[in-house]
Design a protein around this ligand. Structure first.
Ligand code: IPM
Ligand code: MG
Length: 357
């Protein structure tokens, strides 16, 4: 089982190091190979997704990804920005189905900014389409005034688009996921304004015919954003487009107390996948050893489950994470009075110890 390890920027290397420790402790035949990605790759080779990194990712069975991005690259031309690395990997590898679970651990009910009774026992799954929508629309660009009076651009544009097969395949993935869980799917759109999302809604409604056992409802994205903080437990599985999914998954993550807890999987048609924490590179705390490695460790568990078919190992990791939380160990993002504050490596070591016990 070949795993490409792409730590990336900011806190990426610190959190990935902890997940690697955990993977290596499992005594599975895992072959790990590292490569640069994002700003780190730009520094060493002039491109955020060098060919060598892309080829390694293509050849691997699964990819463990940290995070990319840093404000210091904000002035670079768009194709050279660190974010293009993750977007390029998603596109080149056909990783269209993004699973972003938002689970509120019993131990962390009080870490949420919402009232405990609203989030206690929360377990929802956001399925975000990942290779279409306005992220990959054509055309995109800027227009400059032609009379030459104005310096710079006068207009910028990105085009929102989806094709029927793109919507169909993500709809199938979502209905199948809902079938395995609570049997309820909410498709989030903006069909009242956007043609792209009327199209989306119509197709999801069509695909529903294949899944009569799943209850489907449709919700506008603005309302969904509100319902997520009003009655988050009324959701089971949410399916939505690339941009709405980006936004709603960050929102949902905070219901659980911290985005530092949430893993994610981005899968292709064959369940080959890229696994990364739902959070970003957090350059403000990079190198300080305080970032929460649990989202990345839990992403490694998802990798074992979805791509490598090692359900038992995935459960061992998840149980170890539960155990350290019961022990009261907390990184800064989930710290509350009466618990023990630990750093990134201490948290990783505690998970290792729990795993071995
Ligand atoms: C995410 C991130 C990315 C996205 C960025 C880093 C390109 O926000 O994975 O949610 O917008 O998809
Ligand atoms: Mg995001």
């Amino acid at each position: 089982m070949k795993i490409a390890v792409l730590p990336g920027d900011g806190i990426g290397p610190e959190i990935v190091a902890e997940a690697v420790k955990v993977l290596q402790a499992l005594e599975l035949p895992l072959e790990l190979e590292w490569a640069d990605v994002g700003g780190t790759a730009y520094e060493t080779s002039g491109h955020p997704l060098p060919e060598g990194t892309l080829n390694l990712a293509k050849a691997a069975d699964a990819i463990l990804f940290g995070a990319v991005g840093d404000w210091k690259y904000d002035k670079l031309d768009r194709p050279l920005r660190p974010e293009q690395a993750i977007l390029g990997l998603r596109k080149h590898l056909g990783l269209f189905a993004n699973f972003r679970p938002a689970v509120c651990y019993e131990q962390l009910t009080h870490a949420s900014s919402l009232k405990p009774e609203l989030v206690a026992g929360l377990d929802i799954l956001i399925i975000r389409e990942l290779t279409g929508d306005i992220y990959f629309g054509q055309p995109r660009g800027r227009r400059t005034a032609t009379d030459g009076h104005f310096p710079g651009s006068e207009e910028a544009f990105d085009t929102m688009r989806y094709s029927r097969p793109e919507v169909e395949r993500i709809a199938h993935v979502a209905f199948q996921a809902a079938r395995k869980r609570g049997g309820k799917l909410t498709s989030v759109d903006k069909a009242n304004v956007l043609e792209t999302f009327q199209f989306w809604k119509d197709i999801v409604t069509d695909v529903h015919q294949h899944y009569p056992d799943v209850k489907l409802d449709h919700m506008y994205v603005d309302n969904a954003a509100m319902q997520l903080v009003k009655t988050p437990k009324s959701f089971d599985v949410i399916v939505t487009g690339n941009m709405f999914g980006d936004i709603l998954s960050d929102e949902a993550s905070m219901l659980t107390g911290s985005i530092g807890m949430l893993p994610s999987a981005s899968l292709d048609k064959q369940n080959k996948g890229l696994y990364e924490p739902s959070h970003g590179s957090a350059p403000d705390i990079a190198g300080k050893g305080v970032a929460n490695p649990l989202a990345t460790i839990l992403s490694a568990a998802m990798m074992l489950r979805f791509t490598l078919n090692q359900e038992a190992a995935a459960q061992r990791i998840e149980a170890a994470v539960q155990k350290v939380l019961w022990q009261g160990l907390r990184t800064a993002d989930i710290y509350s009075e009466g618990t023990a504050r630990v750093g990134t490596a201490q948290m990783g070591d505690a998970v290792l110890a729990a795993l071995r016990a």
